[in-house]
Design a protein around this ligand. Structure first.
Ligand code: ZN
Length: 210
């Protein structure tokens, strides 16, 4: 486990404007729980000793600070998805804008397949930091590695921290493209299920999917 990698990821996403007002959080699975960024600390001030190790029931195992207020979101996903090793949660602006219309991303571009299927769903709405939000996210993430959270932001999962970060950045990119398309008054031509199967096969061919 590399705590520095968590901090570097959070700082990179913050520098991109994905974590406004100290929002967002990043975690990695650790033993029977996970290590997560703390609550209410500017990412620029984050050091390794500010990270918090949390059990899946929320018990703080190590660390002086309180874990991110969204620790339940991370705990529920780690419990439901044994293959997931890292979670990135952002409020990246374009994807968050789309989430405020409670709309996900249809297969308008082949890179949607990076999230594991034919779409990137938007979850049901629930108050931030609640178990209800954590459960809504797990539903929206079924068979996927990313979803939007209604009126809130983005969650991206990975078998590595780097993969989760890459996916969070791609979701923002796709949301920007989709909003530009809609803003221009154009109707997207969606890829068919067969075309998306071919995309997934192509990704599998060079190990892109993680
Ligand atoms: Zn959030």
């Amino acid at each position: 486990m590399q705590p520095d990698a968590l901090i570097e990821t959070a700082r990179r996403l913050d520098a991109l404007g994905f974590m406004p007002s100290k929002s967002g959080n990043v975690s990695q699975r650790l033993g029977g729980g996970f290590r997560i960024t703390p609550s209410g600390l500017p990412y620029a001030a984050l050091t390794g000793d500010a990270l918090v190790d949390v059990a899946l029931d929320g018990t703080v195992l190590a660390g002086e600070r309180r874990p991110s207020s969204e620790w339940r979101l991370h705990a529920e996903i780690y419990a439901a998805r044994p293959e997931v090793q890292a979670i990135v949660h952002t409020h990246s602006p374009r994807a968050t804008a789309l989430s405020c219309a409670r709309r996900g991303l249809p297969p308008f571009h082949y890179m949607i397949a990076l999230a594991g299927g034919d779409d990137i769903r938007c979850s049901a709405y629930a108050t931030f930091g609640t178990q209800a939000l954590a459960e809504a996210a797990v539903v929206a993430l079924a068979g996927r590695r990313a979803c939007l959270l209604a009126n809130h932001g983005v969650v991206a999962l990975g078998t590595t921290l780097a993969a989760a970060e890459t996916l969070a950045r791609e979701v923002e990119n796709l949301a920007a493209e989709y909003l530009d398309l809609l803003g221009a008054g154009l109707a997207p031509v969606l890829l068919t299920p067969g075309e998306m199967v071919a995309v997934t096969a192509q990704f599998d061919g060079y190990g892109r999917l993680t």
